[in-house]
Design a protein around this ligand. Structure first.
Ligand code: CTP
Length: 399
């Protein structure tokens, strides 16, 4: 997804500098052209050679460093101006202070000044250093000038303290780069509403009815929508997934909660994609207290009632220009049943997937989807859920 993008990694002297080797490697695997600038202190934690091997590009430390084959080059300008995105991490209090005050006294602080691309700063330091009001003031100043701050995570710090100051995982850092550099923002100005995950229908305060949905497909859709520039709201059933960067998440539990949230949010949404595995039935009555075995020897059934069909409701009240996409999970007659849903729910597209096909469906990171519209049908090969999401947005543009 980062094919051909020029990503500049700025590494300053924190213990977490080693994590940037993973970041560099993950970006290279996505075919990005990765360049690295390190401070002298960073070189005490990890060697520039590591990054040269990983990126196949020269690593710059001194402001007067030049490519061996071009003595006339001006890398302290070219590196920053040539970048599609700059990620500085770990960003120490020192580099944050320099950036916030326009100081350019080494290669890293210098390359940032002429840059015109998104600049992401991932602070990482001791919790008390991070909380220091002067550091916080500098971070605030960077925010005001349009730098994107990636908040440090909380945990046990290498200095022995517990608190906020850890460099987030390489996966999260790469996701931020993708959010700011990966894609053309072809969905900028569009509001996208997505639902994801299972619902839980309470039987009593202890038990509920649910399904195997992991939420991965819906979260991938929300993630890609944000990367392509949309303003994204994700209505999520109970799942164990991180909120995608730049996405507004609304947590719900039951089908009724999801219905209420979706109907409210749908009003001003341009595109609605419904990948949630919404329960079709809920217990008619929810017991106020735990249902006990004793005294209920004959309890062999639970009376159920239908939940509202969210997709159908939104399909019926669809306004001009609004696009509604549903999913269809089947175990037999995939295409035939999915076509019926396209009609009965007044959807613009149904993404059909079969639970019986290996590599598709719940829990896994891949899916095999057929996109069915009134005009045509397109079967995608097995691919990651992120790639499926990307294809869905390509298809929506043609609707
Ligand atoms: N859906 C919904 N509200 C429901 C049930 C389903 O919005 N109460 C949506 C799902 O999010 C999905 C689509 O309808 O986008 C199809 O869901 P699916 O479970 O495949 O089909 P159902 O409509 O529930 O029909 P059936 O269970 O008979 O296959």
């Amino acid at each position: 997804m980062l094919k051909g993008k020029n990503i500049l990694l700025g590494i300053s002297g924190g213990i977490a500098a080693y994590k940037m080797a993973d970041v560099a490697s993950m970006l290279v695997k996505q075919n990005a052209d990765v360049h690295v600038v390190m401070t002298r202190s960073a070189c005490k934690f990890i060697s520039p050679e590591t990054f040269e091997v990983l990126t196949k590009n020269k690593v710059y430390v001194d402001v007067f460093d030049k490519p061996v084959d071009d003595p006339t080059a001006v890398p302290h300008i070219a590196l920053g101006t040539g970048a599609d995105c700059i990620l500085i991490g770990p960003a120490t209090a020192d580099i944050i202070g320099k950036l916030a005050n326009g100081i350019a006294d080494d290669m890293l602080s210098t390359v940032v000044l002429p840059a015109r691309c998104p600049i992401l700063v991932a602070p990482s330091m001791n919790v008390y250093m991070f909380e220091n009001p002067i550091v916080q003031d500098n971070i605030e100043k960077l925010r005001r000038f349009g730098y994107k701050i990636i908040e440090p995570s909380t945990g046990h710090l290498a200095c022995g303290y517990d608190g906020k100051g850890k460099l987030p995982s390489p996966e999260k850092l790469v996701e931020n780069v993708m959010l700011y550099a990966a894609r053309n923002k072809d969905y900028a100005g569009k509001k996208v509403l997505v639902d994801a995950g299972p619902t839980q229908e309470a039987i009593d305060p202890v038990r509920f009815i649910t399904n195997h949905s992991s939420g991965k497909m819906g979260y991938s859709i929300a993630r890609i929508a944000a990367m392509r520039g949309a303003e994204v709201t994700l209505v999520s059933g109970p799942v164990n997934l991180d909120t995608p960067e730049g996405v507004k998440r609304i947590d719900v539990v039951s089908a009724q909660d999801m219905y209420a949230a979706m109907v409210k949010e749908a009003e001003d949404s341009d595109i609605i994609i419904m990948s949630a595995a919404v329960a079709d039935y809920r217990p008619l009555e929810v017991a106020e207290n735990k249902i006990k075995k004793s005294g209920n020897e004959d309890m062999t059934s639970i009376a159920l009632t239908r939940t509202s069909d969210i997709l159908k409701t939104l399909g019926q009240s669809k306004r001009d220009g609004q696009i509604i996409v549903g999913f269809s999970m089947e175990t037999e007659n995939l295409i035939e049943n999915s076509r019926k849903k396209l009609e009965s729910k007044n959807a613009d597209m149904i993404c059909a997937n079969s639970l019986k096909t290996e590599g598709a469906g719940y829990q896994v990171d891949t899916n095999i989807v057929t996109m069915i519209t009134k005009e045509d049908m397109e079967s995608l090969p097995i691919m990651s859920k992120l790639e499926v999401a990307d294809k869905i947005f390509d298809k929506i543009k043609k609707l």
